[in-house]
Design a protein around this ligand. Structure first.
Ligand code: CMC
Length: 427
């Protein structure tokens, strides 16, 4: 039986249906609000707004739960691979052995870039940020691969092409930025192993594949693969609602992810830890800066809009630090600072009262450093990982019968009716 919420405005009563999700979260359906009352809702940052119904990812920020298609992130990190998880997110089910093999074969087949796309890289300044390059390259793919998408397929060729080529593009951007020859993928390597190969192999020092590093990369990308309606995913859905092509929507997602409050936080965390080390700042000094309302500094890698407890991805990422650093038999001084900072913040009243805990980005940079990934590529790593999530959300959005073009309203606060003043009369 439908439950209703009653809203009284200007003496008029409105019955608004309540929608309940499969995990019990409730929403008031306000679609008739403006038409019935003339009122709109006001919710900057959309903290209390549900923009869609989605069956892809479930998060419980109070309990620290994250599940893709119902499967806990801990199980996927432990037992799955990135490619299998991508399949799960997009197709809505785990693949059979045959489906997974076919997916891997196609990912290999699609992994080369059109040679003409290479010229794009050459015209970028050498210091250009790889996120800007990646976003432009993905948008350009529409011109090179304009085939239509068959949404009936579990995992269509356009999606597979994107997942495969985005990895080649990222590695190529890195090689070109170093002035090195680009390295082509090898058919006998898995998706993650191939990325490491394309990044680090070179004619004079062949890259020795290390299964623990491949595992760590799988886990890193699984943890980033989707996160329901975050800033970049919302951007993908909003842009897609205008019926734009998938490449343009994903390119918008990459641009949205770039910001330091979102995906760019992994780079910002390392820069913060380096600054602490270089300037010899003490932990109490850093916390005081983060708490000072007159200082724009925030503790990067801390806090989250949804998680009001420890981010479950951060717990797994912290364990990955031990794996990759242990493997290299080295200690990263920045990890030591990070752990001290975490301990101090977690026992500080400001952080406790505001429920600020480490998020996935707090430890991910340490893992990426240990793999040899340069800092300016960190957010690109996040983007490669998030791509299956964006595609799953794009697909779900495209098939949603309730889909309308995204077009929020506003409360206008500017000048009321004003006359145009000719130039000669302006003082
Ligand atoms: N350091 C210091 N204070 C903080 C921090 C922080 N990292 N995060 C939030 N606060 C304070 C904030 O100043 C505010 O205080 P007050 O209530 O006195 O005004 C309160 O906590 C609530 O913060 P908010 O900015 O209203 O929260 P939000 O939900 O709008 O923002 C956030 C979430 C992630 C943007 C924010 O916590 C932040 O800037 N964190 C640092 C950047 C970061 O690590 N981003 C990665 C997020 S995880 C990866 C991803 O999924 O994108």
């Amino acid at each position: 039986m439908t439950q209703y919420a009653t809203l009284t405005i200007d003496g008029k009563e409105l019955q608004l249906p309540v929608i309940e999700g499969s995990e019990g979260e409730k929403a008031i359906d306000i679609r008739s609000l403006r038409q019935e009352t003339g009122f709109i809702t006001f919710d900057p940052g959309f903290g209390s707004t549900g923009s869609c119904q989605s069956a892809i990812t479930f998060m419980d920020g109070e309990k620290g739960i994250l599940r893709y298609r119902g499967i806990p992130i801990e199980q996927l990190a432990e037992q799955s691979t990135f490619v299998e998880t991508a399949y799960l997110l997009i197709a809505g089910k785990l693949p059979t052995r045959e489906e997974l093999t076919r997916t891997s074969v196609l990912l290999n087949d699609f992994s080369l870039l059109h040679e003409d796309m290479k010229y794009f890289y050459q015209n970028y300044p050498s210091k250009a940020h790889p996120m800007g390059i990646l976003s432009a390259m993905v948008n350009a793919m529409r011109s090179f691969y304009p085939e239509l998408i068959d949404l009936d397929e579990d995992l269509n060729n356009t999606f597979l092409r994107l997942i495969s080529k985005v990895r080649t593009m990222a590695a190529m951007a890195y090689k070109i930025s170093r002035g090195h020859k680009t390295v082509y993928p090898r058919p006998d390597y898995s998706y993650c192993a191939n990325f490491l190969h394309m990044m680090f192999d070179n004619p004079v020092i062949p890259y020795e594949m290390d299964n623990d590093m491949v595992r760590a990369l799988n886990v890193f990308w699984i943890l980033h693969a989707d996160h329901e309606q975050n800033c970049s995913t919302a951007a993908v859905r909003v842009v897609a609602s205008g019926k734009v092509n998938v490449y343009a929507a994903i390119s918008a997602g990459i641009s949205a992810l770039w910001g330091p409050l979102h995906g760019g936080a992994n780079q910002a965390v390392i820069q913060m830890l380096e600054q602490i080390q270089k300037e010899g700042l003490t932990i109490p000094q850093v916390l005081a800066k983060a708490k000072d309302k007159n200082d724009p500094f925030r503790l990067m890698g801390f806090g989250h809009r949804v998680y009001k407890t420890y981010d479950p991805r951060a717990k797994i990422m912290k364990k990955m630090c031990d794996l990759v650093l242990g493997k290299q038999r080295c200690r990263d001084e920045l990890l030591k600072i990070a752990m001290e900072l975490e301990d101090a913040a977690l026992s500080d009243r400001y952080f406790q009262e505001k429920n600020l805990y480490p998020n996935v980005d707090f430890y991910s940079g340490i893992v990426l450093r240990a793999m040899g990934i340069p800092t300016n590529m960190f957010t690109v790593m996040f983007a490669i990982g998030r791509l299956p999530g964006w595609l799953a959300q794009w697909k779900e959005d495209s098939l949603d019968p309730l889909r309308r073009i995204s077009r929020p309203r506003q409360i206008y606060t500017g000048e009321t009716l004003n006359d145009y003043v000719p130039m000669r009369d302006r003082f």
